[in-house]
Design a protein around this ligand. Structure first.
Ligand code: FAD
Length: 389
């Protein structure tokens, strides 16, 4: 059988793409090496604009996410190394829920729309025909049996270390190289309706509520420090406004780790055709701004639109690469600037002081990184000067 599309990876990018393709009438096979529900190192906050994309995926999808997300974040607090803080407010609110739940909801939504889902299958190779990608070879967990699947289009939605991205073009590793450790801890002190980002002399901590008195906590440190074997809870105490708020005995899920994560695929569409990349497989810089899930969901909309048109009219997939550039260029610049700035404590100290005096600028920045405003709204000379002068 030749599928219209094989989607590799059932994270937010892959499941959303598969759902949209199946709703558009395509025959879709969605493969994941994991078995769901599966976890993923993440701070588990969905930037506010994600709500609209979830609604377009289907009111049932949004309702399931809302029901699984008792916590609502109304803004972000950024804390400088000295402990000085500023709060930026969203106009609306954002959801925050464990990835085990979010990703299972999206995977089930793809299946409900008609995609065939196979778990425990790790894609190891691409299949080519006449110079174009024409399928994948996957290995079954347990039996080790290899199986080939053919398709008119292969979607690489297989995350940071995407095999599809590595096979269709060069993947650039960008600096600064950081590693993340994430945990769920119950009964943390003073965690309310704000997401919090605490920048330290080296690295940062992101935290926020995810319901049922549990908080998600992510510690992000330079790779060199992670190699020295930093201990999770001892490291949290290095941050003045985090110290003492988390009790190691209240850990409700083992600490997960990931990284280094700054990667960018030169080609989101295979040169000879037949494959494209979406989500972290296409690009990911740094988790500080919390835009990854939104980018995965919005990228899935763009990818599904281009694929459905390709299947219907034979039009090339290149327009997807152009649509991504148009949609995400400002976000890439903003995310990269912030990612570099958080490695520079004196600069963060200055920016937080300025923003504390200019609450309207703090709101604007938080809304731009929350995708409620176009990123270019935060990239004007007036705003940039207001941050440091
Ligand atoms: C520390 C940290 C904190 C973060 N916090 C936030 C946050 O608060 N908010 C936010 O929006 N974003 C956050 N992000 C980013 C976010 O987690 C990602 O951008 C998002 O998960 C991308 O979704 P995805 O579907 O592209 O990839 P993933 O969610 O990684 O899904 C990829 C899927 O592909 C499967 N897979 C991989 N390889 C294969 C293979 N060879 N064969 C078959 N299947 C395969 C995996 O099992 C997985 O299910 C954070 C990231 C980090 C590292």
């Amino acid at each position: 059988m030749i599928w219209d599309a094989i989607v590799v990876g059932a994270g937010p990018a892959g499941s959303a793409t598969a759902r949209q393709l199946a709703r558009g009438g395509a025959r879709v096979l969605l493969l994941d090496r994991a078995r769901f529900p599966r976890d993923k190192p993440c701070s588990e906050y969905l930037s506010p604009e994600s709500t609209r994309v979830l609604e377009r995926l289907g009111p049932d999808v949004l309702a399931a996410v809302a029901a699984a997300s008792p916590g609502r974040l109304t803004g972000m607090k950024v804390v400088a190394p000295s402990g000085k803080a500023v709060v930026g407010r969203f106009e609306t609110f954002s959801y925050a829920l464990p990835r085990t739940r979010l990703d299972a909801i999206l995977r089930d939504a793809a299946e409900a729309a008609g995609a065939e889902v196979r778990e425990g299958l790790k894609v190891e190779e691409l299949v080519y025909a006449h110079g174009a990608v024409a399928g994948v070879v996957a290995r079954e967990a347990g039996s080790g049996r290899r199986e080939a699947f053919r398709a008119r289009v292969v979607v690489g939605a297989d995350g940071l270390r995407s095999i599809v991205a590595r096979r269709i073009g060069k993947v650039h590793q960008l600096g600064p190289r950081r590693i993340a450790f994430t945990a769920h801890v119950a009964d943390a002190v003073d965690v309310h309706e704000l997401g919090e980002m605490h920048v330290g002399q080296s690295g940062y901590v992101g935290l926020g509520p995810i319901g049922e008195r549990v908080s998600t906590v992510a510690l992000v440190v330079p790779l060199a420090e992670a190699r020295r074997g930093a201990r999770f809870f001892a490291e949290l105490d290095r941050f003045p406004k985090v110290a003492g708020r988390f009790d190691a005995r209240r850990l409700v899920r083992p600490v997960l780790s990931t990284g280094p994560f700054a990667r960018w695929s030169r080609r989101p569409v295979a040169k000879g055709g037949g494959a494209l990349l979406v989500g972290d497989a296409a690009d990911f810089f740094d988790p500080f701004t919390g835009q990854g899930i939104y980018s995965a969901l919005r990228g899935a909309e763009l990818a599904a639109g281009a694929i459905l048109e390709h299947l219907a009219s034979g039009r090339g997939l290149e327009r997807y690469a152009r649509a991504r550039r148009r949609e995400f260029f400002g976000k890439w610049v903003l995310e990269r600037m912030i990612g570099i700035a958080v490695g520079w404590p004196a600069l963060i100290e200055r920016v937080v002081s300025r923003l504390a005096r200019r609450p309207e600028l703090a709101d604007l920045l938080v809304r731009a990184t929350g995708n409620c405003l176009p990123a270019r709204a935060a990239l004007t000379p007036r705003v940039l000067a207001g941050l440091v002068l």
